[in-house]
Ligand binder design. Structure first.
Ligand SMILES: Nc1ncnc2c1ncn2[C@@H]1O[C@H](COP(=O)(O)OP(=O)(O)O)[C@@H](O)[C@H]1O
Ligand SMILES: C[C@@](O)(CCOP(=O)(O)OP(=O)(O)O)CC(=O)O
Length: 453
C-alpha cells in the first residue's frame, strides 16, 4: 500500500425541524449540516501501533495491532470502538491488518464553546473575536460542546478516513461510498452510545443537509451489544438500510445563524419525558405529531420551492430578498405581484407554526422544549429586519437557538448585538453557517500544516 497521508472531514448538524418525530419512521425531519467540520488525518508510522492524537483533548491513545490500548491512563470509547470495528471489517473484506498508523483528530472551533478561551484573553465572545480564534484551537479551557454532534462527526470522519486508507472507498466519495460509510458509522455510533437513536446526526455528517427519515432500528438492534466478527460487520453494512435521504439546501440569499447559550439541557432526559407523556396520551400525542409533521414537511417543501424560484425567476427572487430584508417579519405581507415574496411569507409562517406546536408539546408533556426564556429570545429576534424566523434545534431546551435570515451584514450585525446584550441568558454566536456538503476528502498537506504535524 502506498504510504500516502490523507485527511477526511465530516460536518456537524442542526436539526431545524423534526425533533422527537424522527424517532419514528413515519415522520421526517430537516437537518442542515454545518460549515464546522471534524477532520481525521492519517499517516503511516514506523512501528505497528496505532496512535490517535487529539490536540483539542490534549490526549494521545495508543493501541497495538489488535486494538488493545497500550497507554491505559485515559480511554476514548468512541475512538477505540471505531478502530475495533473498522479493523475487523478491513481484515475480513481486504485481508489487510490495520496497523502502523498515526491518526490526528481535530474539530473546527464551533464544536466547542470558545467563551472560556476568549475570557482568558479578556475578550468578549463577539463574532469578530470568535473568527480570530486560531483554526482548530488547541488551547481550549474546557470542552463544553455546542450541540453540533461531535461524536457523530468524529466517528464519520474517522470511519471514512480508515476506509479510504484501505481502499474500501474512493476519495471522490461516490454515492455508494457514502452509503458504506453511513452504514458502518451509524452502526459504530449506536454501539458507542449504547442505544439506537434516530441517526440523523451521522446521516448529516455523511450526506450533508437533507430531509431525513430514519432506518428501521431492527437493522442493528440485536447487534449493538454483542461481539461482532468481520463477517457479521460486513453483513450489517450490506443490509438494506432503509433510511431516506433527500438532499436539501438553504435557498440562495438565506443564512442560518446559530447561538450558543451558556445553559445546558440533557437531550436523553427530554426525550424520556416526552416519550413517557406520549405513551400515556397516545391519541393526543399522535394528533399533535401529525400537525407538527405537516408544518415540518411544509418547511422542507418551501426550501425546495425557493431554490427552484431562484433558478426560474431570478429577478422576482432578488427583488423579494431586497424588499423583505428591510422589513421586520411582522411587516411581511403577501404580494400578489411577486410569488417569491409569498413563498418567503409562507416560510416565516411555517417556522412560527413549528414553534407554536413545540410550545404546545412543551406544555402538554411538561417538558422545557421551547422554554419561556427561549420564547422571549426568539420573539426579540423577530424584531430584526431580515430575520425570517427560527426555533430551538433538535430536542430543544435551553442550550441553543437557530435563526434563518436574509443574508446581509446589517441583519447579521443586529442579530449579534441582540444576542450579546441579552441579559436573561448568556448568548453568543457561533461562527459557522450551513455548509451543504457531507463527508469529503481534504488536502492532507493543508490540514497537517494547520495541525502542526
Ligand atoms: N476532538 C475530539 N477528539 C477525540 N474524541 C472526541 C473529540 N470530540 C468528541 N470526541 C468524543 O466524542 C464524545 C462526545 O460524545 P457525546 O457525548 O455523544 O457528544 P455529542 O452529543 O457531541 O455527540 C467524547 O466523549 C469523545 O469520546
Ligand atoms: C429528540 C431527537 O429527535 C433529536 C435530538 O436532537 P439534538 O440535536 O438535540 O441531539 P443531541 O446532539 O443529542 O443533543 C432525538 C433523535 O432524533 O435521536
Amino acid at each position: 500500500m502506498a504510504d500516502t497521508r490523507l485527511c477526511v472531514s465530516a460536518p456537524g448538524k442542526v436539526l431545524i425541524a423534526g425533533g422527537y418525530l424522527i424517532l419514528s419512521k413515519e415522520y421526517s425531519g430537516v437537518v442542515l449540516s454545518t460549515e464546522a467540520r471534524f477532520y481525521t488525518y492519517i499517516e503511516s508510522c514506523d512501528d505497528e501501533d496505532i496512535k490517535v492524537i487529539s490536540p483539542q483533548f490534549g490526549s494521545e491513545w495508543i493501541y497495538d495491532s489488535n486494538i488493545k490500548q497500550i497507554n491505559t491512563e485515559q480511554q476514548n470509547d468512541f475512538v477505540q470502538l471505531a478502530l475495533e470495528e473498522v479493523s475487523k471489517y478491513i481484515e475480513y473484506k481486504h485481508d489487510s491488518s490495520m496497523k502502523g498508523l498515526r491518526i490526528v483528530i481535530a474539530a473546527d472551533n464551533d464544536f466547542y464553546s470558545q467563551r472560556a478561551y476568549l475570557r482568558s484573553k479578556q475578550l468578549d465572545a463577539t463574532y469578530r473575536n470568535l473568527q480570530a480564534v486560531p483554526k482548530l484551537n488547541k488551547d481550549l479551557k474546557n470542552i463544553n460542546k455546542t450541540g453540533l454532534g461531535s461524536s457523530a462527526a468524529l466517528i464519520t470522519s474517522l470511519v471514512g478516513s480508515l476506509l479510504l486508507r484501505y481502499n474500501s472507498v474512493s476519495k471522490e466519495f461516490t454515492d455508494n461510498d457514502k452509503q458504506l460509510v453511513h452504514n458502518l458509522a451509524q452502526y459504530i455510533h449506536c454501539r458507542a452510545q449504547g442505544k439506537v437513536g434516530s441517526g440523523f446526526d451521522v446521516s448529516a455528517a455523511v450526506f450533508g443537509s437533507h430531509t431525513y427519515s430514519r432506518f428501521d432500528p431492527a437493522t442493528i438492534n440485536d447487534l449493538i451489544d454483542q461481539y461482532t466478527s468481520g463477517e457479521m460487520i460486513d453483513s450489517i453494512v450490506n443490509k438494506g438500510w432503509d433510511s431516506l435521504v433527500d438532499k436539501i439546501a438553504l435557498p440562495y440569499g438565506v443564512s442560518m445563524h446559530l447561538a450558543d447559550i451558556e445553559y445546558g439541557s440533557h437531550t436523553p432526559s427530554l426525550v424520556k419525558k416526552v416519550n413517557e407523556w406520549k405513551s400515556k396520551n397516545l391519541d393526543q400525542a399522535n394528533e399533535l405529531y401529525k400537525s407538527l409533521d405537516i408544518s415540518n414537511k411544509q418547511l422542507a417543501g418551501l426550501l425546495v420551492a425557493l431554490n427552484k424560484s431562484y433558478e426560474t425567476n431570478q429577478d422576482g427572487y432578488l427583488h423579494a430578498l431586497d424588499y423583505l430584508s428591510n422589513l421586520i417579519p411582522s411587516e411581511w405581507l403577501k404580494d400578489e405581484s411577486n410569488s417569491v415574496v409569498n413563498q418567503f411569507v409562507d416560510l416565516k409562517l411555517t417556522l412560527q407554526n413549528i414553534r407554536a406546536t413545540f410550545r404546545t408539546l412543551s406544555a402538554k408533556a411538561d417538558v422545557p422544549i421551547e422554554p419561556i426564556q427561549q420564547t422571549r429570545l426568539l420573539e426579540a429576534c423577530s424584531e430584526i429586519k431580515g430575520v425570517i424566523g427560527g426555533g430551538v434545534p433538535g430536542a430543544g431546551g435551553y442550550d441553543a437557538i437557530y435563526l434563518l435570515a436574509i443574508s446581509s451584514t446589517q441583519t447579521a450585525n443586529e442579530i449579534e448585538s441582540k444576542w450579546l446584550k441579552w441579559d436573561e441568558l448568556s448568548v453568543s454566536p457561533l461562527v459557522c453557517g450551513e455548509g451543504f456538503q457531507g463527508i469529503k476528502n481534504e488536502d492532507a498537506f493543508d490540514i497537517s500544516r494547520l495541525l502542526g504535524t
